[in-house]
Design a protein. Structure first.
Ligand code: HEM
Length: 153
């Protein structure tokens, strides 16, 4: 098997881990809202999954993606690759500067003011919105990777 295919295999495994983990957050949050006693543990659990499982897998996606460009003699200037890479950067910035801080604020607000506090509710709503936008970006990237549309040029 070529090194390109081995890289692609690892790339797809990383997609499964990263996107699959992210997809469970909504379920965790819904369960947490129904069981306020477990909410603190659930929020820290989501934070742990994000830091230790999902985000490293997104890092591995970039590394294996770039390695495939090299191994497969592909160009960053290819429209579907350039668009996907741009969306990847936007999505990662949104996660690091928006969603992750919102989760941290949510935990702090839960401890200081409780579930009904305005600070908690605001951080939870912000995290939800950013999470949905992040998932849409990732779904668009996945489509670009799978369909490789010509787009322009
Ligand atoms: C959220 C980020 C990403 C997701 C969800 C994703 C998803 C995927 C999927 C599902 C495939 C398999 C498509 C196929 O074989 O037909 C793939 C292939 C590929 N991806 Fe990604 N990817 C991501 C990030 C990246 C990045 C950042 C790069 C480049 C820097 C990249 C470069 C590639 C390349 C070169 C292929 C191989 C295409 C082929 O062999 O036909 N990916 N990606």
């Amino acid at each position: 098997m070529s090194s390109y295919l081995i890289l692609k295999y690892i790339h797809v495994l990383a997609v499964i881990v990263a996107v699959g983990t992210n997809a469970t957050y909504g379920v965790w949050m819904a369960l947490g809202a129904r069981q306020p006693d477990s909410l603190r543990a659930i929020l820290s659990g989501v934070g742990f999954l994000d830091n230790r499982i999902a985000n490293p897998a997104y890092g591995l996606l970039l590394i294996t993606g770039l390695a495939m460009l090299y191994a497969g003699h592909l160009f960053v200037s290819t429209p579907w690759i350039a668009t996907a890479l741009g969306l990847y950067v936007v999505a990662m910035a949104l996660g690091a500067r928006g969603a992750t801080p919102a989760l941290r604020t949510q935990l702090q607000a839960l401890e200081s003011g409780g579930l009904q506090s305005e600070r908690y509710q605001r951080a939870a709503a912000r995290g939800r919105t950013l999470g949905v936008i992040f998932m849409v970006l990732v779904l668009v990237i996945t489509f670009l990777m799978v369909a490789k549309p010509a787009l322009w040029g």
